[in-house]
Write a new protein. Structure first.
Length: 264
């Protein structure tokens, strides 16, 4: 089995694939400082809790946008699984050509999402990831990553409201019953959700206008993406496992001899 690891700014998401079948997923918080032993023991315990034998993990691939966790995380797989993970970094085969002005500035998570969307749904494709930041990335019909837009994520915007405005409370992020809010909590929810809906609709519309891609396929992912995808008709597909699938697809492009299995 293949363990795929997406290290984001908020969470580390793990997925286990047996061939093309996603057998299980689990998460841990990114911002806690952990040693390699803590990572190793936690991952083994989470696998076991999800009825997956740690000894069945044959290889690991990681995409990370948080460099300071990588030393401990990589060491944990070497120490507890006997595996040197594949890392999504410059030079790795992805199936995507980065055609921006500075390809090294494009985050690994965006490359993985773009690779998955292009291979699974074809191009041209517009990939939206509703994460810590909301990212909008364009892949053309040849598989070239040609442009991207970056905006604050829904949770990031919400956190800014309740941390920087003394009288605004921490709230649940959900769509309110109406945009015509009559009290503080629903007014904040309306601003966050309807603001993101409007932003998304405009960016999709403007991208189609400037590229001329009227047939542009729009694929969304990310934890809160389902809230927005349900409201934006121009989003064609919501795929919650897009990043994990992208890691699997990129792994399959590597000329890598799989290790015999995990070490005890």
């Amino acid at each position: 089995m293949l363990l795929v690891v997406d290290v984001g700014n908020t969470n580390i998401t793990f997925g286990v694939f047996d061939g093309e079948s996603l057998e299980g997923t689990f998460r841990m918080t990114t911002k806690l400082q952990r040693t390699s032993d803590e990572y190793g023991i936690s991952v083994r315990d989470l696998l076991t809790h999800n009825h997956i034998d740690p000894m069945g993990i044959q290889d690991v691939i990681i995409a990370s946008v948080v460099p300071n966790v990588m030393h401990s995380l990589l060491s944990s797989f070497i120490k507890y699984f006997g595996i040197h993970p594949v890392v999504v970094e410059p030079g790795i085969k992805t199936g995507i050509h980065i055609a921006t002005e500075n390809p090294r500035q494009v985050g690994a998570d965006r490359i993985v999402d773009a690779a998955a969307a292009y291979e699974l749904y074809g191009g041209p494709v517009f990939v939206i990831d509703f994460g810590t930041g909301t990212t909008y990335d364009l892949v053309d019909e040849t598989g070239a990553f040609v442009s991207g837009v970056t905006a604050p994520g829904i949770r990031t915007s919400a956190k800014a409201l309740w941390e920087d405005a003394a009288r605004l409370p921490e709230i649940e992020i959900k769509k309110p019953g109406s945009i015509l809010a009559r009290e503080t909590i629903s007014s904040m929810q309306a601003g966050l959700i309807y603001g993101q809906i409007g932003q998304t609709e405009y960016i999709i519309r403007q991208t189609k206008k400037e590229t001329g891609y009227e047939n542009l396929k729009v694929v969304a992912t990310g934890g809160l993406g389902i809230i927005i995808a349900d409201e934006v008709k121009s989003i064609d597909i919501y795929d919650p496992t897009l990043t994990l699938q992208g890691l699997r697809l990129i792994y399959n492009k590597q000329n890598r001899e799989r290790p015999s299995g995990a070490q005890p």
